[in-house]
Design a protein around this ligand. Structure first.
Ligand code: FEO
Ligand code: CA
Ligand code: CA
Ligand code: CA
Length: 599
């Protein structure tokens, strides 16, 4: 039963069954509301969304496309500041009659404006969990593909980030493919530039072997891009502007409380397909930032600042902490198993010692301007971090997505979303930290730093979940009996609730159901027992999430994304109903009777 008091606090709801409904499906007794959708105005004087009258000028003042990370920051009273990433655009779903072969300048510039970030004040409803955007609030902002970003840290000004438009190598235009992110203890927002390779054309024309190798390692390849932006701005053409791509793939820090601030690309945190960035204070007062590189066989990283954090969000603390992320040490993780044999691929049994677990170390790549990688300067390590990590023998993981340290215990949870190539011919075989060949459903690792200190250079780890169909003997739910869990597949984003439960949202369910959001306890007899809280509409992925006492927020990303679907023949009619295009949207969910989430 849903409210069973024997269940852990925060998880007392009737789990949602796997389903294929074109809707956000929540537990019995819960209500929901669309907070904001693609195209909704953020500023006064912007007309209501009309897919047939969409323009770049409108889009620059509207909520962007494909919302992913969501953060809620405090403001005065019942007003909060919501920060949201807009990861990418799907032109066929955005523009009725779109021609992929011949996009117009207006369509391309609209897509530039639909990428990026939104800052929007929201007001809490008094009686429900609903949130309403405050159109025209003085802190509302949009950042997109032509907004100014400052490059800071060791790589700023380096010859490899200088371009014709920016010969000093310090001002980049735009942020691209912002996936997940994090919030800092000093009240700023970190956003992660992920699959930036897809925006740059004509890498195939590069003949210099060093440049070619660097481009290839970052997946920047081929001739024309799918979106054809290179036809409208030379900077997206590697043959014409070889360094522009080096200005993307960073962690960006934004001060959403200062409406005049310029966001900063923090080069000290390395360049790769950044999924997320989650800070935690070390025992001696520095800030550690955990980060995954979401690619098959890529790595898990940690940055530790050189300076110490001043506590609180006062003006002086904020000033002190403003540039903490510009100097520090970047590490990459090596996971070592402690079992002689991994048998999961054959018989579906556990390792010889009964647990997927072991030890690990943080391998130093660069500290300040000192490189620890033979043959690479510090700046090269930061620009081409993947090549540096290859050189030091880091552990190749099954696509590290979001990461979240537990606010209670400090244990760090890492979502490994899937890796269908694990164990394939010529690829890395299964190991104890990535124990399934052809890993279709992904897993979650629990990493415990030495003495629970995020500044440690050694850690212990174990696998919390091997996701999939609970009837599959190759799944594992923290030791909980698999007959009484919700099936979960392709973990992506992570969050904690106030009771210390871990919440996981998914992207790419390989079990035939829609994606969704799950909660599970980490301690006590129900450790590992996944319970599904919601599912999302057709074609969508579940992002966000934010778990508050009385409200859950999720970003429903790319509803209606299916092969062959278009704006005129959509695969989903969510959220506006028949005859309308599907719109990525942020959704709030709360319990109708006024009780807290999961209580
Ligand atoms: Fe944008 Fe790794 O998900
Ligand atoms: Ca073991
Ligand atoms: Ca993601
Ligand atoms: Ca994803």
């Amino acid at each position: 039963h849903g409210h069973d008091p024997r269940r852990p606090k925060g998880l007392r709801f009737s789990p949602v069954a796997p389903n294929l409904q074109d809707a956000v499906v929540t537990p019995t007794g819960y209500d929901q509301q669309v907070v904001i959708s693609w195209g909704d105005p953020l500023f006064k004087g912007v007309p209501a969304f009309d897919v047939h009258r969409q323009s770049a000028d409108r889009q620059r003042r509207q909520f962007g496309f494909n919302n992913d990370f969501v953060g809620l920051l405090p403001l005065a009273g019942s007003t909060r500041l919501m920060v949201v990433n807009h990861e990418y655009t799907s032109e066929t779903l955005m523009f009725p009659g779109y021609s992929a072969a011949n996009p117009t300048r207006e369509q391309v510039e609209t897509a530039w404006a639909a990428h990026g970030l939104s800052v929007v004040a929201v007001k809490e409803d008094r009686r429900t969990g609903a949130l309403r955007p405050v159109v025209g609030h003085r802190l509302n902002r949009r950042f997109h593909t032509t907004s100014e970003f400052e490059l800071t840290g060791p790589v700023a000004g380096h010859p490899l980030v200088r371009t014709k438009a920016d010969p000093r190598g310090r001002t980049a235009l735009g942020t691209l493919n912002n996936c997940s992110g994090g919030l800092t203890p000093w009240g700023t927002w970190l956003t992660a530039e992920e699959n930036i390779n897809q925006y740059f054309a004509n890498a195939a024309t590069v003949t210099d072997p060093v440049q070619a190798k660097r481009l290839a390692r970052y997946g920047i390849a081929g001739t024309a891009t799918e979106r054809k932006w290179e036809r409208f701005d030379d900077r997206f053409d590697i043959a014409k502007e070889p360094n522009e791509a080096n200005r993307f793939g960073w962690i960006v820090e934004i001060d959403p409380y200062d409406p005049t601030s310029t966001p900063r690309k923090r080069t000290a945190l390395g360049r790769f397909k950044h999924e997320a960035a989650q800070p935690r204070i070390t025992d001696d007062g520095h800030v550690a930032v955990y980060m995954g590189d979401d690619e098959r066989f890529d790595y898990f990283y940690k940055f530790v600042s050189a300076g110490t954090v001043r506590k609180g969000t006062s003006a002086s603390a904020r000033r002190h902490n403003a540039d903490l992320l510009d100097e520090g040490t970047l590490y990459v993780a090596r996971f070592t198993g402690d079992s002689p044999a991994i048998e999961i691929d054959g018989a579906g049994t556990l390792p010889a010692d009964g647990r997927f677990d072991g030890a690990g170390e943080w391998i130093k790549l660069v500290s300040g301007r000192r490189s620890f990688v033979p043959g690479m300067t510090a700046e090269e390590v930061l620009l081409f971090t993947r090549l540096a990590a290859d050189a030091v023998g880091a552990t190749k993981m099954d696509r590290p997505e979001d990461v979240e340290p537990s606010p209670r215990t400090g244990a760090v949870y890492i979502a490994l979303t899937n890796n269908s190539n694990r164990g394939a011919t010529g690829a890395a075989p299964a190991d104890e930290a990535n124990p399934r060949t052809s890993n279709k459903n992904g897993h979650v690792i629990e990493l415990v730093e030495h003495r629970a200190d995020s500044g440690a250079t050694r850690f212990a780890w174990n696998i919390l979940l091997l996701c999939g169909d609970p009837a599959d003997p190759k799944t594992y739910f923290g030791g909980y009996p698999s007959r009484d869990v919700s099936p979960i597949s392709c973990p992506d984003n992570l969050a904690f609730d106030r009771y210390g439960n871990l919440w996981i949202s998914t992207d790419g369910n390989a079990l035939g159901s829609h994606d969704g959001l799950f909660g599970l306890a980490l301690e006590g007899p129900e450790r590992g027992a996944t319970r599904q809280f919601l599912t999302v509409p057709t074609g969508a992925e579940t992002c966000g999430p934010v778990i508050e006492r009385d409200r859950v927020l999720v970003a429903v990303q790319h509803p209606g994304e299916k092969d062959g679907a278009t704006a005129t023949a959509p695969a989903s009619t969510w959220p506006d109903g028949p005859g309308r295009v599907p719109r990525p949207s942020v959704v709030a969910v709360w319990q109708r009777n006024g009780r807290s989430i999961g209580m």
